[in-house]
Design a protein around this ligand. Structure first.
Ligand SMILES: [Zn+2]
Length: 294
């Protein structure tokens, strides 16, 4: 991503602690030095294509994390609560020029998390994983700017085949769209509603719901024509694994943004396997625990 290499620009306008803001006779107290901060122009992997001109070129401006944001994230670990906190923090650090944050593609949001972190602390991402073949440890070190990232173009977005797949077993043609943050909220709400059922069975009913949420057409007819998400989800529950796998793969392939499961080769046995890069919560935790200035 060429844009990740843009130089930070010095921007003024950060609130300063001035003598007039303190109470009574503060004029003769010393003023804390002003904290100049930098902002970074950044281009979203979607290049703004799905937003109908609301974010021209996908160009946004990032601000770095400060003590305030570290406080907000200090108590977080993993799970939905962390996801909400991370989103709230990122929302406060990105200028979208009035575009509603919840309408962002999930893939653009993930890109924002990675780049705010890289900009605030350092670009390094480090993961220790065991090889599934020889079980020995591998240390995977990379930088945010080196993680494979697919950029969306106008041509790709308008090409019907980008978001369409014919399933191998049923031969059904499914059209879909990329998920937004709003969609992930709906999926999370669905998961919460089905929590008792899931706990009792150890199942995850939101899996099929998440796929249903992305589907727009089945054999050319809209999801609404079939009665909406409920019948669609039940239909997906009847679908064979091979069709579901093909559908999931088509959805993944169409996704713009970072590939957070890059393949690596085991240094011990040469076996190739996928590494899961840390999710937002863990990523922040690692960084804020021992921040380095760069
Ligand atoms: Zn190995």
């Amino acid at each position: 991503m060429a844009d990740a290499k843009k130089q930070p620009q010095k921007i003024t306008g950060v609130a300063q602690v001035g003598p007039e803001t303190a109470k009574g006779g503060a004029a003769n107290k010393a003023t804390l030095p002003s904290l100049n901060t930098l902002t970074l122009p950044y281009t979203l992997p979607s290049q703004g294509v799905p937003y109908g001109g609301a974010i021209p070129g996908g160009n946004v401006v990032l601000s770095p994390m400060r003590g305030e944001q570290e406080e907000a994230l200090a108590g977080t670990g993993t799970g939905p609560h962390t996801a909400r906190t991370v989103r709230h923090v990122i929302k406060g650090l990105v200028n979208l020029n009035g575009f509603p944050f919840e309408k962002l593609l999930l893939s653009d949001f993930v890109a924002l998390v990675l780049n705010v972190m890289a900009f605030s602390y350092d670009p390094n991402v480090s993961v220790s994983v065991s090889c599934p073949e020889c079980k020995k440890r591998n240390q995977y070190d990379t930088e945010v700017g080196k993680i494979p990232c697919d950029v969306l173009t106008e041509e790709k977005f308008k090409d019907a085949s980008t978001y369409q797949v014919e399933l191998p077993v049923s031969k059904v043609v499914i059209a879909f769209r990329p998920l937004t943050l709003e969609d992930t909220d709906a999926i999370e709400k669905f998961a919460q509603r089905h929590q008792p059922e899931a706990d009792a069975k150890g199942s995850r009913p939101e899996l099929t719901f998440g796929i249903a949420k992305a589907i727009t057409h089945v054999n050319g007819k809209t999801v609404e024509e079939f009665g909406g998400l409920v019948p669609l989800r039940h239909w997906l529950r009847e679908m064979t694994g091979r069709d579901l796998a093909a559908l999931r793969k088509a959805m993944n392939d169409a996704e713009s943004g970072y590939d957070l499961s890059p393949e690596i080769e085991c240094v011990h046995c040469g076996h190739t396997f996928e590494v899961r890069l840390p999710e937002a919560g863990e990523f922040f935790r690692g960084k804020t625990a021992a921040p380095r200035s760069s």
